[in-house]
Design a protein around this ligand. Structure first.
Ligand code: NAP
Ligand code: GDP
Length: 325
């Protein structure tokens, strides 16, 4: 270790959000910011240790001796991957979260920021959703495994705070997309799936492009570089055990069909978009309020959706060979 007083371990550091945090931290280092000068950042993926395994988790903490943790590592996937693997989502994520938080407690980590998701809220709920509603009813049936495992992070955080005085908290992002996303056809979320499939359609000269479901569900999408900045801010400035929603504004919610049109424009695809209504729509909407975030971090500005889509499509085209396909 150098002269830094904080050692920040990012689990899931090789993924979409982890790589975006790395980009933000590298930019801060380049600009010579005083805050980052006091921090050593370590980004870990599964090759550094399988966090479902208690011994490997302990070894990772013993090796790096973090003072702070951003805990992103998880089994993550889009609607169709969740529908087919609810049990795996539950078991893997329960194991990862229990191991990481227990190791953080044992190693006297000063602060942990873990990650929930707006898709874990109750299915039957009033809108907009806020931070107080995490446990107020069953989640949507399509992703109950992921949802219940994620909700247990909040239970663990409160337990560690009450019994041991730990400063463990969580954030609740809306749908994230950007460079380094998972573009695999079998497991990905909607935006990387459409970006990758439309790239294939352009190459093949297809006349039509199929979007799954009706196209009418609504989603709030946040660019990974924006959520990365908000994670870094949360680690440095947000100390309550209560979860914090990290989302774009309610007015910026878009239909799947509008997202598909933005991707079509960014790709310059000349064909027609059609809807395969034999495929599931999933949750109709999960509109979340970012009022709490807005009250705490007034000056934050989000990247406009179409610009972020364009940047992600450009990144995909330039990096397709190395991307997760
Ligand atoms: P991602 O791109 O799929 O990355 C997942 C990360 O977790 C990777 O670094 C992966 O390592 C690591 N990981 C998975 N299983 C592991 C294991 N058993 N042991 C150690 N590491 C493991 O996911 P993401 O989209 O960045 O998601 C980051 C966090 O945000 C997750 O907690 C997710 O639930 C949450 N979130 C995501 C979204 C979204 O739309 N993407 C929305 C809300 C919340 P490898 O690279 O080595 O596989
Ligand atoms: P969710 O936001 O957690 O439901 O997960 P996704 O990011 O997978 O988004 C699912 C929504 O996008 C559903 O309404 C799907 O019908 C729609 N969708 C349209 N085309 C695709 C596709 O190619 N892949 C995925 N994952 N979803 C798609």
């Amino acid at each position: 270790m150098g002269s830094e007083s904080k050692i920040v371990l990012v689990t899931g550091g090789s993924g979409l959000v982890g790589q975006a945090i790395k980009t933000v931290i590298d930019e801060e280092k380049k600009s010579g910011s005083a805050e980052v000068g006091n921090e050593k950042w370590i980004f870990c993926g599964s090759k550094d240790g399988d966090l479902r395994n208690k011994k490997e988790t302990e070894a990772l903490f013993e090796k790096h001796k973090p003072t702070h943790v951003i805990h992103l590592a998880a089994m993550v996937g889009g609607l169709f991957h969740n529908m087919a693997h609810n049990l795996d989502f539950f078991r893997d994520n329960m194991a990862i979260n229990d191991n990481v938080l227990y190791a953080s407690y044992k190693h006297k980590v000063q602060k942990v920021v873990s990650c929930l998701s707006t898709c874990i809220f109750p299915d039957k709920i009033t809108y907009p959703i806020d931070e107080t509603m995490v446990h107020n009813g069953p989640p949507h049936s399509s992703n109950y495994g992921y949802s219940y495992a994620k909700r247990m992070i909040d239970v663990l955080n409160r337990g560690y705070a009450e019994q041991h005085g730990c400063r463990f908290t969580s954030v609740i992002p809306c749908n994230v997309f950007g460079p380094h996303d998972n573009f695999s056809l079998a497991t990905s979320h909607v935006i990387p799936a459409l970006i990758r499939r439309m790239d294939d359609a352009v190459t093949n000269g297809d006349k039509t492009f199929s979007v799954w479901g009706t196209g009418s569900p609504l989603r709030q999408f946040i660019y990974s570089l924006d959520i990365a900045k908000l994670f870094v801010w949360t680690l440095r400035h947000y100390d309550s055990v209560e979860p914090l929603i990290l989302s774009v504004d309610e007015e910026d919610e878009v239909t799947i069909s509008k997202a598909a049109e933005a991707i079509k424009k960014a790709h310059g695809f000349a064909g027609e978009i059609v809807y395969d209504t034999s495929k599931a729509d999933g949750q109709y909407k999960k509109t979340a309020s970012n009022k709490k975030l807005r009250s705490l971090y007034k000056e934050f500005t989000f990247t406009p959706f179409e610009q972020a889509i364009q940047d992600t499509v450009t990144w995909f085209k330039n990096n397709r060979e190395h991307a997760r396909l």
